[in-house]
Design a protein around this ligand. Structure first.
Ligand SMILES: *[C@@H]1O[C@H](CO)[C@@H](O)[C@H](O)[C@H]1NC(C)=O
Ligand SMILES: *[C@@H]1O[C@H](CO)[C@@H](O)[C@H](O)[C@H]1NC(C)=O
Ligand SMILES: *[C@@H]1O[C@H](CO)[C@@H](O)[C@H](O)[C@H]1NC(C)=O
Length: 397
């Protein structure tokens, strides 16, 4: 009863503040600010500064100029990052008595969004991943990656990089595993019920989208014993040149010049897609999305940092061969950035199994038909979620 009441109060507050979803099912969630302490090194990159739209286009030109220094040549030094960041997250528990509430999914969103990517406010039953995971009986933690949403927004050149974000995901995971995720954090949305306040999962599955998948793969390839399962969506180990690394396809502008109101908290080096049509190019395929979902994607858009693009490959570690959990790689058939619009025939499952995840309990690639890179924003999204849940169930997750 108490949890239902809290869920209703949280839902009412959310509607009033107009932030979280008007959900189809009552939920028990708490919004928290997690203090995450990091001690690692980042990379000093050789790159032009971005303080205007003209600079943003110049940065893209520089990155895609035939004779510019390559990714390795652009690494010109190391930076010590020893800091505590405030990370905004939401922990939700499924209805009481759910079979899998002891299994926590930690979902990391990709570039261009924040945690709202996982929790569409439009037709949540058809699109919200959080809704689907709760209905399947899982507990779910979503958070705003460093430099997005309500999390801290440090220096976009030196700090907001992928290897730093892998360390953040690691610390969040370890706090959750020790049962201290909520007690160590500042509570933002009312008092959580006992279940949430003391929640300690027995298993943790890492779920990602795009850059969030790279970070999740980064976690299991650096710290293979710290995860029990991986669902990497909008991500594939392809054997073609990576069209997604061509930053010219995004249509970037300087965030604060593009929209001084929406992006007033973002400083030098923060990029956003200039128009709604740019978002469509990267994330959606005509015929398999409702225009309202493109509007939603545009509404919830978030900046990326210049150094996130440069540091993509620094997320991956060398310990992947020791990861023993199941690995589900999920990609839209028409993913533009990963596969140049057609993922058929771009990967070799045997190679992925033998060379990347040789110890994994199970490895599968799921191609979601007629879908672009934005899987949670496309029609038939929940059928794709179900494919991942069924895959996890086979391994007892
Ligand atoms: C970058 O250029 C250097 C020098 O030409 C070359 O040795 C290296 O293989 C290149 N690296 C990549 C990732 O292309
Ligand atoms: C990919 O392969 C499937 C199954 O063979 C086929 O139905 C689909 O049309 C192909 N997709 C593209 C974009 O060619
Ligand atoms: C919806 O997704 C499921 C799971 O991938 C797939 O089996 C089904 O064919 C898809 N339906 C359509 C109309 O694409």
């Amino acid at each position: 009863m108490a949890s239902v009441l809290i869920a209703l109060v949280v839902a009412a507050l959310s509607i009033k503040k107009g932030k979280a979803s008007p959900t189809a099912t009552p939920r028990s969630c708490v919004e928290i600010e997690v203090p995450v302490s990091i001690d690692t090194t980042a990379i000093k990159w050789l790159q032009p500064r971005v303080d205007s739209n003209i600079d943003a286009v110049d940065w893209v030109n520089y990155q895609t100029t035939r004779t510019s220094p390559n990714n390795t040549q652009s690494m010109i030094g190391q930076i010590t990052v020893k800091e505590t960041f405030k990370i905004n997250g939401q922990l939700c528990a499924p209805p009481k008595g759910s079979a899998r509430s002891e299994i926590l999914q930690i979902a990391t969103h990709g570039g261009g969004f924040d945690k709202r990517y996982w929790d569409a406010e439009i037709k949540p039953k058809e699109y919200s991943y959080v809704e689907a995971a709760l209905a399947e009986g899982y507990s779910v933690f979503t958070y705003d990656r460093l430099g997005t949403g309500r999390s801290d927004k440090p220096n976009a050149y030196d700090i907001v990089q992928l290897n730093v974000q892998v360390e953040i995901l690691r610390q969040i995971t370890s706090l959750a595993r020790s049962g201290k995720l909520v007690s160590a954090s500042k509570k933002l949305s009312g008092s959580p019920d006992d279940r949430l306040a003391k929640y300690q999962p027995s298993k943790i599955v890492h779920v990602g989208h795009s850059i969030g998948s790279i970070l999740s793969v980064g976690l299991i390839t650096n710290y293979p014993t710290e995860s029990d399962g991986l669902v990497a969506t909008g991500f594939l180990h392809t054997n073609i040149p990576l069209p997604g690394l061509n930053v010219a396809t995004w249509g970037f502008e300087f965030a604060r010049e593009n929209n001084p109101t929406l992006f007033k908290d973002y400083g030098s080096g923060s990029l956003v897609q200039a128009t709604k049509s740019n978002v469509q190019v990267s994330f959606l395929k005509k015929g398999t999305f409702e225009p309202a979902l493109l509007d939603y994607a545009w509404k919830i858009r978030q900046p990326v940092s210049v150094s996130e693009f440069l540091s993509l490959l620094t997320a991956f570690g060398k310990e992947g061969a020791r990861f023993k959990g199941p690995v589900h790689l999920v990609i839209g058939e028409n993913d533009y950035g990963n596969c140049g619009g057609d993922c058929n025939g771009t990967y070799d499952l045997n190679m992925i199994k033998q060379q990347i995840y040789p110890a994994a309990k199970d490895v599968a690639v799921h191609i979601q038909p007629g879908t672009g890179h934005g899987l949670t924003l496309s029609t038939n999204a929940t059928a794709g979620y179900k494919a991942s849940f069924d895959f996890l169930h086979k391994s007892g997750l």
